[in-house]
Design a protein around this ligand. Structure first.
Ligand SMILES: [Zn+2]
Ligand SMILES: [Zn+2]
Length: 230
């Protein structure tokens, strides 16, 4: 994790109370206890974001060229994600996006949030990946936030509720690309990466359509026993 930028976020403060336990605070976003409770991913692989020793083989069928996800999806990180998604704290998405953007390296032409199906979007009222992408895009020179370029055609059940085999079937033909992505460097944005199968499906499509590079960014990565339901 790029500790400097996260520290900056934690120290800058978000408004009078801890974003996790809601104890009264001034000038910081998380109290000391909650700050130390955020589980950082140890030595993440720059391609698949799984913890690595000297070498990483990446999961079978992995298609992304790069993935940055600084935290493990568990504990207090899953609480923050829950606040963003299910308690409609959209500001949290933009703050997370700003910090992710300042920690990202590399050049990207387009920033594309993973789309929700229109029915799920209507239920939730917003796309959490778009909130995060809105925070990321201004932090990277020359990158454009493109919101209509990807479409989710089917309202599939959440991936984490399915077996590995069902996940693959579940995503065949699930997405469409509605933009010319030839020779572009694309950054896909999501809140959490569980198995990576959604990003893999999108990267496969974008690469078929001529994208030069498809990277991904998310706040958190599910690993091992933490690869749980979203
Ligand atoms: Zn706290
Ligand atoms: Zn890897």
């Amino acid at each position: 994790m790029s500790t400097a930028s996260w520290q900056d976020w934690l120290d800058r403060g978000l408004g009078g109370h801890c974003a996790l336990c809601e104890s009264s605070l001034s000038g910081v976003a998380l109290c000391t206890h909650c700050r130390h409770s955020l589980p950082a991913l140890p030595q993440p692989c720059p391609v698949c974001a799984l913890p690595m020793q000297a070498f990483c083989a990446h999961p079978a069928g992995w298609r992304l060229d790069s993935l940055y996800a600084p935290f493990i999806y568990s504990g207090s990180v899953s609480v923050l994600i829950g606040r963003l998604k299910f308690h409609r704290q959209r500001w949290l998405g933009r703050v997370i996006g700003r910090v992710l953007g300042s920690a990202l390296s590399g050049h990207f032409d387009w920033c594309m949030p993973v789309p929700l199906h229109r029915r799920r979007l209507a239920q939730r009222g917003f796309n959490q990946a778009l909130e995060i992408a809105s925070g990321i895009a201004p932090s990277i020179d020359g990158m454009r936030l493109v919101t209509g370029g990807l479409q989710r055609l089917r309202n599939t059940p959440p991936q984490a509720q399915l077996s590995v085999k069902a996940r693959k079937t579940n995503l065949i033909g699930c997405f469409a690309v509605n933009a010319n992505v030839e020779r572009l460097r694309i950054l896909l944005v999501d809140d959490v990466v569980t198995t990576g199968s959604t990003l893999t499906a999108l990267a496969t499509l974008l690469q078929q359509r001529g994208a030069a590079h498809v990277g991904g960014v998310a706040f958190a990565r599910a690993i091992g026993r933490h690869a749980i339901k979203v």
